[in-house]
Write a protein that binds this ligand. Structure first.
Ligand code: NAP
Length: 298
């Protein structure tokens, strides 16, 4: 990669940011596409976010990714918000068009793209989502846009899931998806689990280094052929996925989601398709290298 005076600048901002895989993935895609751009990482303390955004605007950055803890807060510093990002209430990608900063959320495309590539269509399906945090918002919006029949949020604190459902209730009713929050130790959970076509883990349970953890599901009670989707990507096969696979259920981990959200950002910046094969290869190399690390993030 040759950096010159006309090279476009991009990056990812978060706090902390040192463990991000995005620079390696994006620079590999940039090189493969022959685009004159470079992508770096910025550690931005929460109190410095408005200054950092003003700085990148002043420096004519083409765009950047946004990760924890800035995904919600940055919305106040942007000029426009895309429909998906507004629905989810979080931005993970900024595009700078002539000084106008627009926020997007490509996590939803990553979440759905992984499922689509695995051959699962959520339309008219019963879904259980384990967890109701930040990633759950993008996943829920994607499932609603795909016209899932029902999404049951099964969590340890149902009042938090109820609050999330309140945010989405109006759009869910327009799109025809029924939403429900339950405690994952309740009798209701057993019934919902037995009927689910898709079970998604959006908690960090099972993530490296606590790989023995898992959400409280017993795959022996699942519907035959129910699809197990864990958006965790370290380890590649969580205990949740391992137990599902052992009983013959189709499974998917979070690697594709991570690559495809990055590829969607790439497309927004450059108007070109990223080579997702190259991005996946680089991500796997990075994951391998970081396999002894206890802290990873997108
Ligand atoms: P988050 O906002 O912190 O939400 C985590 C959710 O998990 C909350 O509902 C939380 O419940 C629940 N939870 C956390 N610890 C728990 C525990 N010990 N027992 C039971 N429930 C627990 O996190 P997030 O940003 O949504 O991320 C969730 C996971 O997705 C992480 O592993 C992250 O790495 C992964 N992720 C992957 C991608 C990808 O591209 N593949 C993208 C984003 C995130 P409470 O509210 O009760 O604490």
């Amino acid at each position: 990669m040759r950096v010159t005076g006309s090279t476009q600048n991009l990056g990812v901002m978060g706090w902390p940011i040192a463990h991000s895989f995005s620079p390696a993935m994006q620079n590999a895609a940039i090189e493969q596409a022959g685009v004159d751009a470079v992508y770096t990482a910025f550690a931005v303390e929460p109190t410095m976010l408005p200054l950092a955004v003003a700085g990148l605007r002043a420096l004519h950055f083409r765009g950047w990714n946004v990760t924890i803890p800035h995904k919600q807060a940055i919305m106040n510093d942007l000029d426009e918000i895309d429909e998906d990002a507004a629905a989810i209430g979080a931005v993970n990608t900024v595009v700078n068009d002539g000084g106008v900063l627009k926020g997007y959320n490509t996590d939803v495309l990553g979440f759905l793209g992984g499922l689509r590539d695995a051959g699962f269509d959520p339309a008219e399906k019963e879904v259980i989502m384990l967890g109701a945090g930040g990633a759950a918002r993008a996943a829920l919006w994607g499932l609603m846009k795909s016209h899932a029949m029902r999404v049951t949020l099964a969590v340890r604190h149902p009042e938090k899931a109820e609050a999330l459902i309140d945010d989405f209730a109006e759009r869910a009713s327009m799109l025809g998806t029924r939403l429900k929050a339950i405690h994952w130790s309740s009798m209701d959970f057993e019934g919902a689990f037995a009927h689910a076509d898709l079970v998604v883990n959006v908690t960090p349970l099972g993530m490296t280094p606590a790989v023995d953890n898992k959400p409280p599901v017993d795959w022996r009670s699942a519907k035959p052929g129910a699809f197990a989707y864990d958006i965790i990507y370290t380890p590649a096969e969580t205990r949740f996925l391992h137990e599902a696979a052992a009983l013959g259920h189709p499974t998917l981990n979070g690697e594709d989601m991570l690559v495809l959200q990055g590829a969607a950002s790439f497309h927004l910046w450059f108007g070109k398709d990223a080579d997702t094969g190259v991005m996946k290869t680089v991500l796997r190399e990075q994951l391998e290298a970081a396999s002894f690390s206890s802290h990873v993030q997108d």
